[in-house]
Design a protein around this ligand. Structure first.
Ligand code: DGL
Length: 252
């Protein structure tokens, strides 16, 4: 593995920008190839086999590009494919996002908690193991079918309507909200408008630290570069996605 090689990062769309932003904060001197698989989104309601096949294609592409590590910036893909990918491509490190439910256990165990994620994540074996290990017995699991799509589309009105319609029921009833899909940190304001002053849990900063640790351990940190390079690829070649992605990366 080459220190100067890029880091591959992927999601079903541009939601993984929320993960890349956290990574860049602590690993600014690297080259990133971000793959947005918008041709095949949403991932949230696909079968395990479908997700594995999609991930394999992306991983093969990253390997051809000489990536030194691969970040799965999609909770659904992590939940359904990371075990398989780690076995099949054992020579390359995979760093995979997961809903920050353990953080609730560590920091806010006594508070009522709402976990928002795709149907695929919530039904997955990997998430269920995490959930049963750290269950605070005051948790509601809410599969948000279609929400990642609405966010991907970017229509503020539709986002507001979705959030109001699906979350209003929990207003005043929950204190913690786990953002279990990488698209959801993009709608924190809309969620707050409905749920009020809740505490958010996002796995992305934790993943970024973990990536840094893995690269350090394997002596793969790029010591020569002085800036961030990001190459964006979208499987449906959408210019609009590309522009929106870079806007998100620049936003504070
Ligand atoms: N952003 C993805 C996740 O974290 C998936 C969204 C989707 O395509 O359904 O789960």
């Amino acid at each position: 593995m080459n220190k100067n090689g890029p880091i591959g990062i992927f999601d079903s769309g541009i939601g993984g920008a929320t993960v890349l932003k956290e990574i860049i904060k602590i690993l600014p001197n690297e080259t990133y190839i971000y793959y947005s698989d918008s041709k095949n989104n949403p991932y949230g309601d696909k079968t395990d086999q479908e997700i594995v096949a999609l991930c394999e294609n992306i991983v093969e592409f990253f390997i051809k590009e000489n990536c030194k590590a691969i970040v799965i910036a999609c909770n659904t893909a992590s939940a359904k494919a990371v075990q398989y990918l780690r076995k099949r491509y054992y020579h390359i490190p995979f760093i995979a996002i997961e809903p920050a439910y353990k953080m609730v256990y560590d920091y806010a165990y006594n508070e009522s908690t709402l976990v928002l994620a795709t149907k695929g994540t919530i039904e997955s074996e990997k998430f269920n193991l995490l959930y049963h290990t750290y269950d605070n017995h005051k948790t509601i699991l809410l599969p948000c079918v279609g929400l990642a799509d609405v966010i991907e589309e970017g229509n503020k009105e539709k986002i507001k309507q979705y959030v109001k319609h699906h979350l209003e029921l929990y207003t005043g009833k929950v204190k913690n909200v786990v953002l279990g899909c990488t698209h959801y940190p993009l709608i924190i304001e809309e969620i707050k408008e409905v749920l009020g002053d809740v505490q958010f849990f996002n796995g992305a900063p934790y993943l970024a630290n973990h990536l840094k640790e893995v690269l350090q351990e394997k002596d793969l940190i790029n010591n020569e570069k002085q800036d961030t390079t990001i190459q964006f690829i979208d499987s449906s070649n959408s210019e609009q996605k590309k522009n929106r992605f870079f806007e998100l990366i620049k936003e504070k």
